[in-house]
Ligand binder design. Structure first.
Ligand code: CP
Ligand code: NVA
Length: 311
């Protein structure tokens, strides 16, 4: 039976916690169904439009948002380049939101996403900021559910930078009852405010958040090991310095051999083989990186239906 398309109460998806726990679970159920029977959803967003405002490069996010809305009967247009330079951001938001039904934004500062949401009449979706990558995490949770059936009690270990992906994963893992460990080099920690919030949520869900500098110890008992680039978009100038700091944090076959036998390897992509992960791990049987990428399409379809669809 097709799950109901419940409307998300919040008008925007600027960060992971903009949707409730119940909405997140409903979204994952809907994503599973739309993956199974895409033809059932061909006209759910008939005639609805989105604009993609992208200040940073993208392969997966851009293509899957464009395809998601098109396969639901709507359409997307792209406007890439800096936001708020040629004219104030609040004017961009007030123009664009009179023409389209939703704004998908990829940017640097989270403030850009928040300000667009403040000035826009239509929902704003965060397609990656320096602080969060909430759409990625929807696909990741769908992938974990496919592999393990349920999420509660799983141990997810993120090895690397305490960055946007780590922030979003930490909060979402905590609310879904997963244990989350971040193994990171000194000075490259996650935001203390995010860690504190994740710990509060974890305490209510019988799960725990662990921070460590020791990846070998961290991955013991892991169901999933996740990593991301050492230098994110916008941090290219620090790449050499980061390569040195992160040298002991590469996910390789030895690290994966310390996990549970059924453990999987995850990466949001693009991956820098030879840096945060070896080619051998990306290409191994444990790797689910292309399932994650595929699920971007299905999870974002569910998000678009629940945000832009009629209730
Ligand atoms: N994972 C991800 O967001 O990929 P893109 O940067 O290619 O969109
Ligand atoms: N942390 C990376 C994720 C890319 C999908 C970045 O922000 O560049």
């Amino acid at each position: 039976m097709q799950p109901p398309i419940t409307k998300i109460a919040n008008s925007d998806f600027t960060k992971d916690l903009d949707i409730t726990h119940a909405e997140l679970v409903a979204l994952l159920d809907l994503a599973t169904d739309v993956k199974r029977s895409p033809e059932q959803y061909r006209s759910v967003l008939s005639g609805r439009s989105t604009v993609l405002l992208f200040e940073k490069p993208s392969l997966r996010t851009r293509m899957t948002f464009e395809l998601a809305i098109q396969q639901l009967g709507g359409y997307a247009i792209l406007n890439d380049g800096p936001i708020g330079v040629r004219e104030p951001l609040k004017d961009v938001a007030r123009n664009v939101s009179r023409w389209v039904d939703g704004i998908v934004v990829r940017t640097f500062a989270q403030k850009t996403v928040d300000d667009l949401a403040r000035w826009s009449r239509v929902p704003v979706i965060n397609a990656l900021s320096d602080m969060w990558h909430p759409c990625q995490i929807l696909a990741d949770m769908q992938t974990l559910r496919e592999r393990f059936g349920s999420l509660r009690g799983l141990k997810l270990v993120f090895v690397g930078d305490g960055n946007n992906v780590a922030h979003s994963l930490m909060l979402t893992a905590a609310r879904l009852g997963m244990d989350f460990t971040l193994a990171y080099p000194p000075r490259y920690d996650a935001s203390p405010a995010v860690v504190a919030e994740a710990r509060e949520i974890a305490a209510q869900n019988d799960s725990k958040i662990v921070l460590t500098h020791n990846p070998e110890e961290a991955v013991v008992g892991a169901h999933a090991v996740y990593t991301d680039v050492w230098a994110s978009m916008g941090e290219e100038a620090e790449a050499a310095e980061r390569r040195e700091a992160f040298a002991d944090y590469q996910v390789d076959d030895d690290l994966m051999s310390r996990t549970l036998p059924e453990a999987i390897f995850m990466h949001c992509l693009p991956a820098k083989r030879g840096e945060e992960v070896t080619d051998s791990v990306v290409e191994s049987m444990r790797s689910v990186v292309f399932d994650q990428a595929e699920n971007r399409l299905h999870a974002q379809k569910a998000l678009l239906m629940m945000l832009l669809g009629k209730s």
